[in-house]
Each structure stands twice: as C-alpha cells, then as structure tokens.
Ligand binder design. Structure first.
Ligand code: GLN
Length: 486
C-alpha cells in the first residue's frame, strides 16, 4: 500500500516503528499536493517549514518519544492562525497576514507530534456551503471536478479525499465539517460546542464555531479529536470544563440495543431520492448491527434556517468589525479621512457574501429590529435545543442525512445565496443546540457522488458517536472507496 492510502492510525504505527520516516512521509504528501494543485485545496505550503518540523519529529521518534501522532502530517483550514504559514481565512482582507501565535488546536496537535503540510482553502471567513466564496479560487471535488466539494471546509475535505493529507482540521459553525465530509466521501466530526478551544480560530459566529478533524475513518477522527480537545479557560471563556478524553478507548464497544432516533422532519419532501435511499440502507445496516430505530420528532427543524441566518450574521457583523485597516490586514491605499479609510478598506477587501452577512447582522441588531429578529431568534434557538433533549429521552443517538442532495455543480447556485442557505437545513439544528455531530460515508447517490450519514449525539457523547461510526465502518467499505485517479 502506498503511503497516501494509509490511515492516520496505520501511518502512526509505521512511523513509530521507524518503517517510514516523518521526512519521507512529509515529502510524499507535499509532492502529491503539488501534483494535484489544480484541485485548489491548498492556499499555502512551505517545504522548508514542513521538512524542519518532520526532522524534529524524526528526532523525537529516535529519542523514544511515544506521542500518539508523532510524524503524522496534517494540513489546517486557513481559519486557524499559524505562526509559520500565512493565515487568510480565505479573504483578501488577510492576504499575507502572519499571526504572532498558533491557534490552541494547532499547538495541541503539534505537541502530539503532527507535522504541518500547509493551509487549506475555505469559504471567506467560513461563510458558505460550496467553497466558492473563497476570495482566492474555488476548490474542486475529486469525485467529479465539475462539482463543488462543499463548504466552508472544502479544502480540508478535498485534501483528505484526494489523499493530499492523511487528515486535516476544519471548523463547523453550521455544518462546515459535516457537509464537505459528506460531499467528498470522508469522515468528519464536530465536537460539542466548547470541547475544543476557539483560541486562534478566526471568528465567524462565536456562539457556534467549533473545531474538529476530517479524516478517512472514525478511528482516525477519534485519535485526532483526543489531541484537539480539552479546557482552555485562560484563552477561551466558553471552553468547557470537561477533561480531555481518549476517544479511541470506547471504539469496538457493542452497539447491541443502541437506540437510534430518526427524526421524521429530516425525511420530508426536500430530501432527494438518491440520498434518501443511501440513508435508508445505512439505517438498515445499523439494525443488522443490533441497533434499534426509533422515530423521533424535531418539530422546529425548518426554523433552524431563519434562526441561524439571523444569529450567525449578527455575531459575524460584530466579530468582523475588527477588520478596520488599523490593526491588521488590508488597508486602502487612498482615502480622505479616517471614516473614508474604514469604508474603502472594507469595501475593497470583503467579498460579496461577507458584506451581505455584515449588513444582515447589523440590521437585525439595530434599534427597533433587535426585538423582532435577534431576540426572537434566540428564543427559538433555545426551543430547538429543548426539542433535542425531548428526542434524547427516547434515543441514544440521532441519525439522518447531512444534506438534502449530493454535491452540486460549480456555479450551479450562481447568484442565489438562498439556495446555499436552504441546503444547510439538516446540519443547522445540531449547531444551534451546540451538539456533537458527525458525517460518515454511507453510499453513493446521483452520478456516483458520495452521500454521508449524519450522526448527532447529546452533549459530550463524542465517544458514543465515534464508536457507532466505527462499528458501521467495520461492517461497510464506503470509507475505503476513493475517487478515480487519486
Ligand atoms: N453554510 C453555513 C454558512 O454559510 C455554515 C458555514 C460554517 O459552518 N462555517 O454559514
């Protein structure tokens, strides 16, 4: 088997037994990233930096260090700030920006031995569902390069699917790990809100943003998540006071008798038939594995779209006010006075979708509209979270589709942002509730495009989710399939 077909677990074992070196592994993946540059997954690589990290990993291995991910190469979504690579958030606003520090998730992975291959393309400030909102270039889906990879962590999903990295980091505000994982036929997990530190994650909507890994298998996600999570009280005030866990420990537990809730609202008219059949088959597979299906109801599923598209822009409009041309990032070259400088800077460097969200956010927070929109949205958000608690009285996990269709064509949604927003319907409820969620490959739909099964758990039940996903992957081979030519 070639190096790039190994899972993180397999690669880590070969590295620690010195069957391969970290330098050799890093070189191999850098060469692949270059050979498949036309996919648009990477925004930055730096051979010198990567190889020097790899050499340091080889030295640690030689010295007998047993860190779990020693020498494993990974690439980070360009939402995480990094000292050694530029950090752009997919925006012209931060083109060329260098952070003086690493995001906590990045430094935790580095401490576990990860070697950084580079930074990955994404929708501008993580706003989008197709990666077409990147200010630099779109990312192509390796299963069909005329299609989108999903977003906003499109580069992260494509790098794994096309074997340009064994695993990557992503962020999920309203589905940005789960949806691209589903569209690219890989595995991804967004942990409970607060389990991974947001320090150094360029903020989009702070009450929703969460970091998580994308990889080929649930086992790999468990390994990576164990290194990424943990409290960070000094630097992220919303980080949960829940100790880091070894999520690999509970893999292989039997799922005999596991109650899987199937929300009827996830199977309405909007769901395309090809996705429905793949999901039905996956649920049948769970029954074979000993799980029981229970119908549950999440009655406010449809409301998740308007609620999310009020709350997320509201927070974004506030978070993005820091990009004013003064402290960092782009500054307009010519301006008359301070106000004119702010105006020109922001007009020049933000893309259309970002501007749209800032305007919506400012509107819903403004005097006279706050009560009608923002406050109402917050109330319904609470009800959505309560609906999940009702459902979890009847089941241990919830399963359903990640998205209503398979990946659409590049340019297909054209200038219709609402088409993108509506496609987020199944991922937004879990995000608003702050719950952990996964996407695992479960079949193929129209035009042989991958379909992902979404698993949602109650707060801090990541190990239950990962175990259920792992059991599924022991019995199926969808996660082993790869796009032709990669
Ligand atoms: N598609 C959603 C949005 O555009 C979610 C993005 C995300 O999770 N970062 O906001």
């Amino acid at each position: 088997m070639t190096l790039h077909d190994l899972t993180v677990a397999e690669l880590a074992a070969k590295l620690s037994s010195k069957e391969v070196s970290a330098v050799e592994t890093a070189r191999h993946f850098l060469a692949r990233a270059k050979a498949h540059e036309s996919l648009g997954a990477y925004l930055a690589t730096n051979e010198d930096v990567t190889l020097s990290q790899a050499r340091a990993a080889d030295e640690r291995i030689a010295a007998g260090d047993k860190a779990a991910l020693l020498g494993v190469p990974m690439a980070h979504k360009d939402i995480f700030v990094t000292q050694d690579f530029p950090s752009t958030a997919g925006s012209k606003m931060l083109e060329g920006y260098r952070s003086p520090f690493d995001a906590t998730v990045v430094s935790k992975l580095a401490a576990a031995g990860v070697v950084t291959l580079g930074k990955l393309n994404c929708d501008e400030f993580a706003m989008g569902s197709s990666n077409e909102n990147s200010a630099f270039h779109p990312v192509k889906n390796p299963w069909d390069t005329s299609r989108i990879p999903g977003g906003s962590s499109g580069g992260s999903a494509v790098a794994v699917a096309a074997r340009l990295a064994p695993a990557t980091t992503g962020t999920d505000t309203g589905g940005s790990i789960r949806q691209p994982a589903s569209f690219c036929g890989i595995t991804g997990i967004k942990p409970t809100y607060g389990r991974a530190s947001r320090y150094g994650m360029i903020a989009f909507a702070s009450s929703l943003d969460q970091a998580g890994p994308l990889a080929r298998t649930a086992e790999d996600c468990a390994l990576l998540l164990s290194a990424m999570c943990g409290p960070d009280p000094d630097r992220d005030s919303t980080s949960l006071d829940v100790p880091a866990e070894d999520f690999t420990k509970s893999l292989n537990e039997s799922i005999e008798g596991l109650r899987i809730g199937v929300p009827k609202e996830f199977f309405g008219e909007g769901l395309s038939n090809d996705v429905r059949s793949a999901i039905d088959a996956a649920l049948a597979q769970y029954v074979k594995l000993g799980a029981k299906l229970v119908e549950v109801s999440l009655p406010r599923t449809e409301l998740a779209i308007p609620v999310y598209y009020i709350i997320a822009p509201a927070e974004a409009s506030s978070n993005l006010s820091r990009f004013d041309g003064v402290k960092f990032g782009h500054r307009a070259k010519q301006y008359a006075d301070l106000l004119d400088m702010y105006r020109k800077t922001r007009a020049e460097a933000f893309g259309d979708e970002v501007k749209r969200r800032i305007m919506i956010g400012t509107y819903v927070l403004s005097h006279g509209y706050y009560d009608a929109y923002y406050l109402q949205a917050q109330k319904i958000r609470r009800m959505i979270a309560d609906d999940f608690q009702q459902a979890f009285k009847q089941c241990d996990l919830i399963a359903g589709p990640v998205a209503p269709t398979v990946a659409w064509k590049l340019g297909e949604h054209g200038n219709d942002p609402l088409a993108d927003y509506l496609a987020d319907i199944f991922t937004l409820p879990g995000s608003l509730a702050g719950l952990p969620g996964m996407s695992i490959p479960c079949g193929f739909g129209a035009d042989h495009m991958p379909v992902g099964l979404q698993l949602l758990g109650n707060y801090c039940t990541e190990s239950k989710l990962l175990n259920a996903a792992h059991r599924f992957q022991q019995a199926t081979d969808f996660h082993l399939r790869k796009p032709e030519g990669f």
